[in-house]
Ligand binder design. Structure first.
Ligand code: UDP
Length: 329
């Protein structure tokens, strides 16, 4: 396929670019490097089927040309994570809503397939053992900035569905649950790279709240496989899919596991939410995907368990520290 990846220098986007190139596809990346990094795609530079543009998706002229070249647009450019939305709500909302509008408008002109990256955050405070795509979305009040992230992604989902229904644009929407792997940065709050880096450098491992909140983590390679499988499946158009894993762990146990695996001298410290984020911050207690819809349609099954994922990430982070000549404990 001929694929355009917005946000292709980001964590998931760069892995997607690599996977597509490995299959023999052509790849164009557009990224403004706001949260992505040129290092993530440095190894792809010079590849005969790879091109990249450093620009924002708001540059319509550039985007129009790129969308023309592609059959499929993977729209991953977004402000990601709750930390960013709490710190910079204006930029985050604009990025997430206006960016998607540009992509859908341009794709509609030529009826290009679009994959929209949404998030498990949209389920909000829903209290169920497994979150299904048809479940209600339960957000908190607008006085709490955290919910703006989910709200912006919900608008994206409505926009995507509207373009499919009204204009026949094949739009596939994925709700990504916590995705992990090499190149993920802890700068925007992501817990696994943060814990691994803290453990390897002997700094305190920072558990927010009492650590009883639970999450499931998915390997980035599994997520990328799901995205490619979905855009190649005509029956996925106009639909929303959870992409994740059902192996669950509490954040406190995660901290202990990382400490053990890295044999780190770091102490585990507990930081109140209001200190980590903002006063009155509400966290999700649990968040597990019902994967039956995506399994039925494309046979999706995550391949790595948490143990294997952590081993690989620890190895990657060790190498990164060594390459940078930084001390590790
Ligand atoms: N978290 C933590 N310490 C950190 C970063 C995050 O305890 O240094 C917690 C965070 O409060 C949440 C969980 O880890 O309960 C997952 O956070 P992340 O930002 O990775 O993803 P989220 O699930 O919030 O989208």
């Amino acid at each position: 396929m001929r694929a355009l990846i917005t946000g292709g220098a980001g964590f998931i986007g760069s892995h997607l670019a690599e996977a597509l190139l490995n299959r023999g596809d052509r790849v164009w990346v557009i990224d403004d490097l706001s949260t992505g990094s040129i290092e993530n795609i440095a190894h792809l530079k010079g590849h005969p089927r790879f091109e990249y543009v450093i620009d924002t998706v708001f540059n319509r002229a550039v985007m129009a040309e790129l969308v023309d070249l592609a059959d499929v647009v993977f729209h991953l450019a977004a402000a990601v994570g709750v930390r960013l939305i709490v710190e910079d709500p204006v930029w985050t909302l604009e990025q997430n809503v206006k960016g998607t509008e540009v992509v859908l408008e341009l794709a509609a002109k030529k009826k290009k397939t679009v994959l929209l990256a949404s998030t498990s955050e949209v389920y909000g405070k829903l209290d169920k053992p497994l979150f299904g795509e048809e479940d209600d979305l339960v957000l908190g009040p607008t006085s709490k900035a955290r919910w703006a992230y989910a709200a912006s992604k919900i608008i994206d989902e409505f926009l995507g569905r509207a373009y499919w229904k009204q204009k026949g644009v094949p739009v596939v929407i994925v709700r990504l649950f916590n995705t992990i792997g090499p190149r993920q940065t802890g700068r925007y709050g992501m817990v696994v790279p943060r814990f691994v880096r803290q453990a390897l450098s002997g700094e305190p491992i920072t558990v927010y709240g009492d650590g009883s909140q639970r999450r499931s983590f998915t390997w980035v390679g599994d997520v990328v496989g799901a995205l490619i499988g979905l855009v190649e499946c005509p029956a996925a158009a106009g639909e929303v899919f959870n992409v994740g894993h059902t192996e669950e762990i509490s954040i406190r146990e995660l901290a202990e596991l990382v400490k053990r695996k890295t044999e780190s001298p770091s102490e585990i410290v507990f930081i109140p939410y209001e200190q980590a984020y903002e006063a009155g911050f509400e966290d999700m207690r649990r968040r597990l995907p019902d994967l039956s819809k995506i399994s039925r349609l494309i046979g999706y099954r995550p391949t790595l368990n948490l143990d294997e994922m952590l081993d690989r990430i620890i190895e990657y982070e060790r190498r990164r520290l060594d390459d940078a000549g930084l001390p590790r404990k």
